[in-house]
Design a protein around this ligand. Structure first.
Ligand SMILES: NC(=O)c1ccc[n+]([C@@H]2O[C@H](COP(=O)([O-])OP(=O)(O)OC[C@H]3O[C@@H](n4cnc5c(N)ncnc54)[C@H](O)[C@@H]3O)[C@@H](O)[C@H]2O)c1
Ligand SMILES: [Zn+2]
Length: 359
């Protein structure tokens, strides 16, 4: 007799409440899980051309066993698919398949798939249900939870989107076995971010025990932290901004590199620069940057950006997080505690300078 998988359930309380399930082998029973939230007649699986060949069939078969009619829409992998053209063809496809408001989209993939499918679900017929099946570590710990959906415009990332919560998130940790090592590192940068903004003991354990050895726990810990933040600030007007720790300069890094340096690596550099700067300015407890540095090294993440402070600050300021002349940045006070500060936009370069390793 096959054993039932151990399911870790985290309930998210937001404008739409839902469960985030995680554990080994959950894909097998995804159809059954979906029935719990009310059976759709049809489910359209949205996935990319790396993930679909690996897990598309298993997902479709499970849905079929639960009596759900399925279809699929496969996008090219990579950030380029988070665009108007792909969004439009996805909508045209589901419309041609006559999906109605009682049907659903199933996002099977990383953050790109989830953001695109989520936005399509939010806007098709003024909103149909969608289920997230995150397959990258980044999607599991970050993008699949919290309801931010978006696509990019030529002049900026995530420029069109909305808040739209999924009806359920199901993370089968077995799928991470096929995730390329670089993508795992990308996700680890966000995991470390959770430790820095809210849990020093978690950071300490990440340093002692490789995350791969307790990945189920790592994922559910991060999801629980995000759940708590989202419950208090779903629409990102205050505390949720903490999740942007390392992201302002991180986006600067990504942009300077013409998006050659991936997001997670940019965030790692951004966190390291901000922590050194905060320590140098006497805001942060001495020794914090050393703690962060040890964890980043453990997961082979970079600590210094290959650009000048001015290049970084200029690129970061072109980013959408600038509000008028002021900019909100996330500043560490110690490992496990960060605060949001509003600074004149022109001061960002001072932070980048103070946090540079060459000074
Ligand atoms: N909505 C949010 O709150 C939020 C938060 C953070 C990031 N994001 C967005 O998420 C995106 C980045 O997400 P990502 O890093 O998951 O990128 P991604 O979706 O491009 O996935 C990364 C790569 O890994 C591959 N992959 C994914 N799962 C796999 C698996 N199990 N086996 C083998 N290959 C696999 C994908 O095909 C892709 O090539 C960005 O667009 C970012 O803006 C959104
Ligand atoms: Zn991020």
């Amino acid at each position: 007799m096959s054993e039932r998988p151990v399911i870790n359930t985290i309930h998210v309380q937001a404008s739409r409440s839902y469960d985030v399930l995680s554990g080994k082998g959950l894909l097998e029973d995804i159809g059954e899980q979906i029935l719990r939230i009310g059976a759709p007649k049809k489910a359209m699986i949205v996935s990319d051309d790396n993930v679909f060949p690996l897990y598309g069939r298993k997902t479709a078969e499970s849905l079929a066993r639960a009596g759900i009619e399925t279809g699929s829409f496969v996008i090219a992998h990579g950030e380029g698919s988070k665009c108007m053209t792909v969004y439009e063809s996805l909508l045209e496809h589901i419309s041609s398949q006559q999906l109605t408001r009682s049907d659903m989209l199933v996002a099977l993939g990383g953050g790109v798939t989830g953001d695109l499918a989520g936005f399509a679900a939010a806007t098709y017929q003024r909103g149909i249900r969608f289920v997230q099946i995150p397959t990258s570590l980044l999607a599991a710990v970050d993008s699949s939870v919290g309801g931010k959906t978006a696509i990019n415009l030529e002049h900026g990332k995530n420029q069109v989107g909305c808040f739209y919560q999924p009806s359920m998130v199901v993370c089968d940790t077995d799928v991470l076995k096929t995730l390329p090592e670089e993508e795992f590192r990308n996700g680890m940068s966000e995991v470390i971010k959770y430790g820095m903004i809210g849990d020093a003991a978690f950071l300490e354990r990440l340093k002692k025990v490789p995350s791969g050895e307790w990945i189920e726990e790592v994922i559910s810990h991060c999801v629980a932290m995000k759940r708590d933040i989202v419950a208090r600030d779903e629409y990102d007007t205050g505390e949720r901004m903490l999740l942007n720790f390392g992201h302002t300069l991180g986006h600067g890094v990504e942009s300077c590199s013409g998006y050659e340096i991936p997001h997670g690596l940019g965030v790692a550099m951004g966190m390291a620069v901000m922590t050194r700067a905060s320590e140098k300015m006497g805001i942060c407890r001495p020794g914090t940057s050393e703690i962060l540095s040890e964890v980043l090294q453990m997961y082979h993440l970079p600590e210094e950006a290959p650009y000048t402070p001015k290049e970084l600050a200029d690129a970061a300021m072109a980013d959408k997080k600038k509000t008028g002349d002021r900019l909100r940045i996330v500043v560490p006070e110690e490992a496990g505690r960060c605060v949001i500060r509003s600074i004149p936009a022109g001061e960002l370069v001072r932070w980048a300078e103070a946090g540079s390793m060459n000074r």
